[in-house]
Design a protein around this ligand. Sequence first.
Ligand code: ADE
Ligand code: ZN
Length: 339
Amino acid sequence: MNPIQLESFIKGIPKAELHLHIEGTFEPELMFEIARRNQISIPYQSVEELKKAYNFNNLQEFLDIYYAGASVLLHEQDFYDLTWAYLIKVQEQNLIHTEIFFDPQTHTDRGVSFDTVIQGIHTALEDGHKKLGISSRIIMCFLRHLDESAAFETLEQALPYKKWIIGVGLDSSEMGHPPSKFERVFSKAIANGFISVAHAGEEGPAEYVWEAINLLKVSRIDHGNRSIDDKQLIKHIAEKQIPLTVCPLSNLELKVVDDLKDHPLLQLMDSGLMVTLNSDDPAYFGGYMNENYIEIASALNLSKKQITELAKNSFISSFLLDDEKEQMIQKVETFYQNN
Ligand code: ADE
Ligand code: ZN
């Protein structure tokens, strides 16, 4: 496949995104606009200067800038605008379903209410469904660098909005904050009907992936790259078909891999794992879903069949209802047969 054929195939194929932090879609232009209307100053003179700061050596360097960016979000309209801007991208990129993370503590710790955040995001997603035909789910993440009691508090705040939030996740600084720290919170969340997922094995060891599976009872692993270090773990994940939400451009930008040619995606697929492709924090990592597909497909020379498998996996691994999944997988198959 030449690069033009590859791009057009990827742009056309229907896809779902399963690993996307809404705060990570905050484009600098919108950040400056919201900062101005909220009369908050940003320590950068221009969009260009801000973009120059997007040069990360590891996860923590990124998180420091990501939390600073999110701090200009104050009002329900801000969360609506952030989410709506992402949905426009979703539509342009032929994503027909998206499951988005949000980090309530990033906002509640600044005095913004849980209600303000969730109302803004939820209303935009409802409009996205009505006006753009995009289906979606919301997953609430606990910040793992904060303590267990803060996570319990956040879970309490979420309970009145349970009908809008399908699951709980775990994100932020991984090293030194193992899944075991949140075993009791996840257990309570599951008892309340939430599905669970967790970031594990992005920078942290394979042991954290085991903990996410055994202690947090996750339905998906976010990233999971380091699983490759443990043959028993790979065997287990393959047997149970626990999906991995892999994020190639994020891995490159956060130096989880030095080069996309060294990315473990193919090893994971060849080991029989249920792997999906995702953009993580597209405004910070230089690309949304199609760019992730295009970059990794060209680095690893993926075939149309492999790209189609990844697109189908995104629906299989989603939290859609079975009949919704089947309909969307059929759309992928039809596209593959005709292209
Ligand atoms: N929060 C936003 N993006 C993240 C990532 N890639 N890892 C951990 N926490 C995050
Ligand atoms: Zn992530």
